[in-house]
Design a protein around this ligand. Structure first.
Ligand code: HEC
Length: 159
């Protein structure tokens, strides 16, 4: 009899142990899931770091032009300014008042001697600077063509 009882007890204990093992398996499964997702997060961080690096690299800066958010600004910066705009924002400060002996825009007689040098000389002097006048009127970010069109505008206004 006692043998049957201990068999029953054995099955009882065995079922407890089975439940414990199953529970343990579930816990391990949950833990590995958590671990796996933390690995995924690490990968995500890596990817994010990489993307940030790329954003900060100069080649990606140029590619901002393809980003619609930045497109308008980039176009604004890269599109050439008209001669009138360049004149008004850069050249006018000296050439309207004649500051430092600058030939005054609109006074034809102050330009006759200079016009005699030929437009190409006037262009290159405006681009490279002449006497007191700094190269490109001091705004080196202007393109040569922008300076040329500003010269054209000044000459047009000084006829
Ligand atoms: C800081 C004042 C100043 C600014 C700004 C300035 N100029 Fe001048 N510019 C002068 C002076 C001074 C002269 C006369 C220089 C000389 O003959 O020694 C001159 C001369 C010139 C001449 C005649 C050059 C020649 O060969 O006789 C041109 C063309 C000219 N400037 C164009 C421009 C244009 C275009 C800009 C704007 C992009 C500009 N300047 C901005 C001061 C300035």
């Amino acid at each position: 009899m006692s043998g049957t009882t201990s068999d029953k007890e054995f099955y009882k204990i065995f079922s407890y142990v089975s439940v414990f093992i199953i529970a343990l398996a579930i816990i391990i499964a949950i833990l590995s899931n958590v671990f796996a997702s933390s690995v995924v997060n690490d990968n995500y961080d890596d990817a994010r770091e990489k993307a940030t690096e790329q954003r900060l690299s100069s080649s990606e800066k140029i590619n901002l032009a393809s980003n619609p958010t930045f497109k308008t600004e980039v176009i604004e910066v890269t599109s050439a300014k008209s001669g009138k705009d360049v004149y008004n924002s850069v050249c006018m400060s000296c050439h309207m008042s004649g500051a430092a002996g600058a030939p005054i825009t609109g006074k034809a007689d102050q330009w006759t001697d200079r016009l005699a040098k030929g437009n190409d000389t006037l262009y290159s002097n405006a681009i490279n600077g002449i006497g007191v006048m700094p190269a490109k009127g001091g705004l080196m970010s202007l393109s040569d063509d922008e300076v040329k069109s500003a010269v054209d505008y000044m000459l047009e206004q000084s006829k």
